[in-house]
Design a protein around this ligand. Sequence first.
Ligand SMILES: [Zn+2]
Length: 130
Amino acid sequence: MPRYEFSKKVRREADERSGGRCEALGEIYGLEPGQRCNAPFKAGAKEFDHFPVPATEKGSDTLDNCVVCCPTCHAHKTRTFDIPVQAKVKRVSDKHRGIRPASKWGSGTRQKAEPQRSATRRIEKWSLLS
Ligand SMILES: [Zn+2]
């Protein structure tokens, strides 16, 4: 998936806007609702976050969508906001693999028979209902 990174110009303007202090705001960054972090940036410890439009979406690389934040705030958002979405996708695929254990059936032809059986069961259930 492409990421729309901020241009140097946007970063510089966002940097000036921040006044050298963390712009993270509200619960999504682990703060109180409406509260701004305001932590002064240590040398180099400054991150440019995409919010509210995620970096993967076109048009997210604007000054309005750029939040200059400290590593603490950025890490909180990544942990609680960005990662759960990815982790959920991973859990689903793990579960999916568990349905068809390759070792149990041995050959590839046996594995193919499994979905057909469950489809037949579903048809039987429907004919009982009608
Ligand atoms: Zn912060």
